[in-house]
Design a protein around this ligand. Structure first.
Ligand code: TRP
Length: 511
């Protein structure tokens, strides 16, 4: 442990902006829209919103509480609370997840930089047809060199900010213009809605077609709820560790979740009505915003200005998120290994850059490379080739493994820790400090004890089974069909129990 004075946020608003800045990012605009497009629209949104409310907000509050209580990075926090136990590995899992997420996040951040530069030149708003926009995007992502350079550039910006520290870097950047992003989304929404045929897109977003639900849709929606709130890898433990006693943790958790969800839904409405009006395909994957929005910009008076502003704001949003990922990793090495802040930022950032190279190349020179493909020759395509997860390219593989499995597992452990392991007295004291009238302590703890673990564990289990597709593994599919209804039933029971137990026994466990 270094014994220099620990940094802290400069102001309450500074923290809220930084936490919201971490949450609002490419996840809201780029990732949310493309995975929603791939997973059935409204039904996906419904599950996603349930996950935010039932799991996301309670776990967010739990992470902040652990962070502020211990004033440590995730590994140090668990070690401080339960020394010498396996809990520190939960923090370590988060540090590893931070490495992995940033490695592909930065690749997309690089694409945003490219679109920003091209917007200034007027080249983005000149893409007036879906075909032209598609060709343009493919030109960028299939040339490995450009993707790699841009990925490097995005990492350099992230590193430079983290190297400067909490107040100097992260907070200043976070204070920039989040409302402007929402304003420009609203302009795009209005333009999109006015296109003939936009109604189909509104329907796609608002009509939850429940037949579209499947275990893999549930898994993706839950994983994204963690991703978008920056949960499950200790980012909020780390940000909470820089918070003072006067901060209102429950209020901040709700505010961040509300802002984050609002921006994601706005992004959905900015994209899908226009997409349907233009006769484009919703399930086209990670290129979605890069091929849809330019066409909308081309139809706006002043499209060049709007395109530039939009990609500038998305870039800002991406940076305030990427710094929170590097910050978790860096905080661990600064606190526990006595590294200087600049050393941590540069060395770790450099490693993340290298780890991201296959992602940068996955859409181009390494297209089609998957684990099943690599093992194909040796192990025989057979059974391996049928397992969903083994067929993903590097970019999709990392995104899927981290967001859909590692973050929910991290969140599961945070919920179990605060719900069952940490002294209830301390957990309650932590969340009511700065929020004296907080009446939901009991409900919150019960959600962490029962609802969150039950839902996360079941969705994870179903998701793993869903890697074995029905055509090739009929036994697995019929097992899933048999147990599926229990998920809904048990989640509903746990939700009721969370409230009922808190009402009947408002003091919770005897202290
Ligand atoms: N929440 C950010 C987004 O939506 C991404 C992010 C930042 C993140 N920090 C994180 C995701 C920590 C998981 C964990 O773009």
């Amino acid at each position: 442990m270094s014994d220099t004075v620990r940094e802290s946020w400069g102001s309450k608003a500074g923290f809220l902006l930084a936490a919201a800045g971490s949450a609002v990012g490419l996840g809201n605009i780029w990732r949310f829209t493309y995975i929603m497009g791939e997973n059935g629209g409204g039904a996906f949104i419904a599950v996603y919103l349930l996950c935010i409310a039932a799991i996301g907000v309670p776990v967010f509050l739990a992470e902040l509480a652990i962070g502020r209580h211990t004033k440590r990075n995730p590994v140090g926090a668990f070690e401080a609370l339960r020394p010498g136990t396996f809990w520190k590995h939960v923090g370590a899992l988060g540090v590893v997840a931070g490495f992995m997420i940033l490695s592909f996040y930065s690749v997309v951040g690089g694409w945003v930089i490219y679109y920003l530069a091209q917007s200034v030149l007027g080249n983005v708003s000149a893409l007036s047809s879906p075909e032209a926009a598609g060709v343009y995007f493919n030109g960028l992502t299939t040339s490995g060199g450009a993707g790699t350079m841009l990925h490097a550039l995005f990492m350099l910006v992230t590193i430079a900010i983290v190297a400067r520290g909490i107040r100097g870097g992260i907070e200043k950047v976070s204070k920039v213009l989040m409302p402007l992003l929402l304003a420009i989304l609203v302009i795009l929404i209005v333009r999109g809605l006015l296109l003939p045929g936009a109604g189909e897109g509104v329907r796609f977003l608002l009509w939850p077609d429940l037949t579209k639900l499947s275990p893999s849709v549930l898994l993706t929606a839950m994983g994204h709820a963690f991703f978008t709130l920056s949960l499950g890898m200790g980012a909020m433990i780390t940000y909470g560790s820089y918070l003072g006693r006067d901060a209102n943790l429950p209020r901040s958790s709700l505010d961040v979740a509300a802002i984050d969800t609002g921006i994601a839904i706005a992004a959905g409405f900015a994209i899908f009505p226009a997409l349907f009006a233009l006769g484009m395909e919703p399930g086209q994957g990670p290129g979605l915003i890069f091929v849809t929005l330019p066409v909308v910009f081309s139809q706006l008076a002043g499209g060049t200005v709007f395109a530039t502003l939009f990609f500038l704001l998305v870039f800002m949003a991406a940076i305030t998120s990427s710094i929170s990922m590097l910050e978790v990793v860096a905080a661990y090495f600064i606190d526990e290994r006595d590294w200087s802040r600049p050393k941590a930022a540069w060395v770790l950032g450099g490693m993340i850059f290298v780890l991201g190279l296959p992602s940068a190349l996955a859409t181009g020179p390494m297209a089609g490379m998957s684990i099943a493909g690599l093992l194909g020759g040796a192990a025989g395509q057979g059974a391996l080739g049928n397992i969903g997860i083994l067929n993903l390219n590097w970019f999709d593989l990392i995104s899927h493994v981290v967001s859909d499995y590692m973050l929910p597992i991290g969140g599961l452990f945070v919920a179990l820790f605060v719900g069952w392991v940490w002294e209830q007295r301390l957990a309650r004291a932590e969340v009511t400090d700065g929020c004296p009238g907080f009446a939901w302590c009991g409900v919150w703890l019960n959600m962490l004890r029962y609802l969150a673990p039950l839902v996360i564990a079941q969705v994870l289990a179903l998701g793993i089974l869903a890697e074995f597709p029905a055509e090739h593994f009929p036994g697995v599919a019929s097992f899933v069909a048999a147990v599926e209804p229990w998920l809904a039933v048990s989640a509903a029971v746990a939700a009721l129990a969370a409230v009922a137990l808190a009402v009947w026994r408002p003091q919770g466990e005897p202290a």
